[in-house]
Design a binder for this molecule. Sequence first.
Ligand SMILES: [Zn+2]
Length: 224
Amino acid sequence: MKTPCMILLLLFVIGFILWIIPLLIGRRKLIKKGVQETLLTFDDGPSEVTEELLNVLDQCQCRACFFLLGEEMVKRREVVQKILNHGHAVGIHGYSHKHPLKMFFWDQKKDLEKAYQVFLDQGIPVSYYRAPHGAYTWASLFFCKKHDLDIVHWTGLVGDWKLEQEETLLQRLLDLSGPGHVLVLHDGSKGTANPLCKIRIPHLVLRLHEALKDTSAPLGRWEE
Ligand SMILES: [Zn+2]
């Protein structure tokens, strides 16, 4: 093989390794050990649906973890406070929800620090991080290390942002439920295909609760 081709191949291999390592670290399947219930998480909020969702979660006696976007938090500061008042945990999901793999390292670093600053400004301690689109990068790994944040990926993603039948989504959620399993739904339309989809999420959660309540892994409470 000619030298220029070998250099190109080598660069490709190095680039691939640099891309895949943070993705694999961030996406390690997370089944919470010692937890008997199914756990819920909500990404992309707060939104205009959050308060209805909080009422439904109260009915289910379920405590979730909300992965919030900085730019939505500044628009709905009082809703963020309600999430905390209802006993839920919160984590960082970036500021703008731009795809991390489409951003330069420094731009992503800036976006993450901006999100962290919003938590500081609103006086909210935070210890979790989930990457937008589940795309973990070196910038996000360094950010988590710097601020001592635990990465929380998911074990179950059902496509609730797509225009699909509620029955289909419910069945997927049931299939993915189990002791310590972490499901993700969306409390907002950032990065989703159709903003109208989020409207049905509270109803879907209620149905999931009804379907799971007498099983060995009902919806549970997210403990810090
Ligand atoms: Zn998201």
